[in-house]
Design a protein around this ligand. Structure first.
Ligand SMILES: Nc1ncnc2c1ncn2[C@@H]1O[C@H](COP(=O)(O)OP(=O)(O)OP(=O)(O)O)[C@@H](O)[C@H]1O
Ligand SMILES: [Mg+2]
Length: 482
């Protein structure tokens, strides 16, 4: 651990010396300043972890220098040293942002205790701050996590559609992150400063849903005691997200179609037309085409909504993202869970089970599983016994999964490459195979310390072939023929 730096600001040499001895004996680094001005300069230059400042200094008093110290080093706790414990200065010191105060005469043990406390508190709050910063950074695409090729495609699509006002329908199994995608589109759109309003179309019966969307006027139905605006109005200048659109009752689909086309509607019980400026995003985990066949969903509405669709892959199709997601959920647990889970880890065994499992509930299930396991693990690394039993019992053999993982990764790569080409001519087979070849060769060469003879023998290829593969792996060469 880093040695903590303590700044002592006191104009009495004897006191400075005594503090120096005391802190150095405890293994701290000590910086001495004889005046507030010196102290400020050192604080700026050396970023000490804590400062002890005498209230009474010749020149600018310690008390008067407080605001400047807070400004230069907002995270540095300050212990004020007050003369004879006058209440006023003590209160004033606290009011100006001191961490605590010490009264003369000073007792070594008290001083050390206070210093330890202050250092502990700030290192904790700093850790939480760091975690937060890391999280903020990680959540640059509105907290969507995933490096798999299929998630990269999703990010590209989000980027491509965000700027326009077209409707987008997000599809995918339950828990795959449809709402997160909708929020990301909003956040990256020109409407980001406006509201993002979500309505779950499956959560209420038809009449309520209608008034939820469009609002109502007083007396429109029993229980309508006053006028109420709907979510459609609330979303003005922003985005309206209609979740589980497949569940929307047929009877109100016609009104929705008009709303989407004209951006106009009437509150329930009113004839006054309201015009709004909203963008509509929708999501469903159902196959709408089946609902259309059954006559439960209007085809014209479907075409209107389905201008652009983003299909989220189930988690089992992008298992390589599982470790990243777990890391994220552990970090979230650290922020909300307090001291004990600050460095929550997961054992390799538990991780293996998580990678084998097929996650029918997708990312939501993974997140719940982690939250639950963190509670059970109580600070020790998460073990298989902290995972729900169905997750452990139904796992197929690891070898199978590793193989299928590889196949999934390659399938994704191929699909992405095919999409990119948009039907034009390409060289996908060779490109993907050379990726695989490079990975094999590089790993073998690394492991065998670059010994080509050994590597070619173990890989079962001739030295010539190996050499060729190595030269293909160089970024500058071998590109010309691709
Ligand atoms: N790619 C992702 N990165 C990080 N967290 C994710 C991701 N996908 C989903 N989640 C998390 O999983 C949970 C479910 O996500 P969300 O509500 O967006 O899913 P959904 O597809 O709308 O599910 P449902 O169909 O059940 O409504 C949320 O806690 C969300 O934060
Ligand atoms: Mg949802």
């Amino acid at each position: 651990m880093k040695v903590a730096k303590i700044l002592v600001v006191d104009d009495e040499q004897a006191i400075c010396w005594a503090f120096s001895q005391l802190f150095k004996n405890e293994g701290y680094e000590v910086l001495i300043a004889a005046s507030a001005e010196d102290g400020l300069e050192i604080a700026e230059r050396e970023t000490p972890d804590i400062a002890l400042i005498d209230v009474q200094l010749s020149g600018v008093s310690g008390l008067d220098a407080m605001p400047r110290f807070r400004e230069i080093a907002p995270d540095m706790p300050i212990l004020m040293i007050t003369a004879h414990g006058t209440m006023e200065t003590a209160i004033e010191a606290m009011r100006r942002g001191a961490y605590n105060y010490l009264t003369k005469p000073l007792h070594n043990e008290d001083v050390l205790q206070q210093v330890r406390n202050a250092l502990k508190t700030t290192s904790l709050s700093r850790e939480v701050k760091d975690l937060r910063a890391e999280l903020d950074q990680a959540s640059s695409l509105d907290s969507l996590i995933g490096k798999s090729p299929c998630m990269q495609e999703i990010y590209k699509k989000i980027g491509a559609v965000a700027g326009s006002d077209t409707s987008v329908i997000v599809t995918g199994e339950s828990g795959t992150g449809k709402e997160l995608v909708a929020r990301a589109i909003h956040r990256y759109s020109n409407r980001a400063k406006g509201p993002f309003i979500a309505v779950n179309c499956a959560s209420m019966p038809e009449p309520l849903l209608e008034s939820e969307l469009y609002g109502h006027v007083k007396g429109a139905f029993t229980g309508a005691h006053r006028d109420r605006i709907g979510k459609g109005e609330a979303a003005h200048d922003g985005t309206l997200f209609l979740d589980e659109i497949g569940e929307m009752p047929l009877s109100i689909q016609a009104k929705l179609l008009r709303f989407i086309e004209k951006k106009r509607f009437e509150r329930v019980g009113s004839t006054e037309t309201i015009e709004v400026n909203v963008r509509i995003l929708t999501a469903t985990n159902r196959e709408l085409s089946k609902r259309i066949q059954k006559g439960l969903f209007r085809e014209d509405l479907f075409f209107r909504l389905n201008v652009i669709s983003i299909e989220l892959p189930p988690l089992r199709r992008r298992k390589e993202d599982i470790p990243l997601l777990i890391a994220r959920f552990l970090k979230l647990a650290a922020i909300t869970g307090g001291q004990r889970v600050r460095h929550q880890e997961i054992s390799q065994d538990a991780m293996r089970h998580m990678l084998r499992y097929d996650w029918p509930g997708n990312v939501r299930e993974l997140r719940n599983t982690i939250e639950h396991a963190v509670l059970l693990a109580r600070g020790v690394p998460i073990q298989p016994e902290h995972l729900p039993s169905h997750l452990i019992n139904t796992s197929p053999e690891l070898a199978d999964t590793q193989e299928s993982q590889l196949q999934i990764a390659i399938a994704d790569m191929t699909a992405a490459a095919l999409d990119n080409l948009r039907g034009g001519p390409g060289n996908i087979f060779r490109e993907i195979m050379s990726n695989v070849e490079n990975a094999v060769v590089r790993t073998a060469m690394d492991r065998l310390g670059g010994n080509q003879v050994k590597a070619s023998r173990l890989l079962g290829i001739s030295r010539n072939t190996l050499r060729k593969l190595i030269s293909n792996d160089q970024p500058e060469t071998g590109k010309a023929d691709r």
